[in-house]
Design a protein around this ligand. Structure first.
Ligand code: COA
Length: 169
């Protein structure tokens, strides 16, 4: 450990495995007022981003759709969410503002959403991820997701395969 790391620890700060300072975020439910920032992040994170009306429809259907945002101060810097179907939660999207990636925000979002699901009688969680998205796959595996199968040519833009991942709570 470097001397400077010790100084940081003494001040309650942590360095991530990528050598960056860990950013602490507060999670809360997504609201319509968050959508400008959510769309900025969504548009820079995905090749086939969701539209504003898609998010608006999700926020209207709060029996099925559950979305959280990660806030640093007032600013939304990431989000996660998905659908509750009986006792199963299907994660539809997770993304972090590119300026804050590798600083532990994805981990806080995913573990926060897992806790949110556990508190609502969800028994298992599923998601699909592009086979080439090693960053996201690493994040999911660290939180106990395992690959259950492959959906061939699942993504319409590139016909890339999706891994179907699964976690029992
Ligand atoms: C996937 C994503 C949400 C991860 O968020 P993040 O805040 O960067 O992730 P964290 O800093 O919390 O890191 C969590 C884990 O992800 C993996 N990871 C993060 N950055 C990585 C990198 N540059 N290289 C390899 N693995 C990486 C590691 O497993 C890491 O755990 P570790 O720090 O113990 O090694 C973010 O990269 C993102 O928004 N990507 C674009 C959208 C996307 O692909 N979403 C997933 C759709 S299925």
């Amino acid at each position: 450990m470097e001397h400077s790391d010790l100084d940081l620890e003494a001040r309650g700060l942590q360095i991530t495995r990528r050598g960056l300072l860990r950013v602490s975020v507060v999670l809360r439910k997504m609201t319509h007022g968050d959508l400008d920032r959510v769309l900025e992040i969504e548009n820079s994170a995905f090749s086939t981003p969701w539209s504003r009306s898609a998010f608006e429809a999700e926020l209207r259907d709060d029996s099925k759709a559950h979305y959280l945002v990660a806030c640093k101060g007032e600013d939304v810097i990431g989000y996660i969410g998905g659908w509750f179907i009986f006792d199963e939660a299907h994660i539809t999207n997770i993304a972090v503002d590119v300026r804050y990636r590798g600083q532990g925000v994805g981990k806080q979002l995913l573990s926060g959403f897992i806790d949110y699901c556990k508190g609502r009688s969800i028994k298992r969680m599923t998601l699909e991820v592009r086979k080439s998205n090693h960053v996201a796959i690493g994040l999911y595996e660290k939180h106990g997701f395992r690959t259950l199968g492959v959906r061939r040519g699942y993504y319409v833009d590139t016909r890339e395969d999706a891994l179907l991942m699964w976690k029992e709570l």
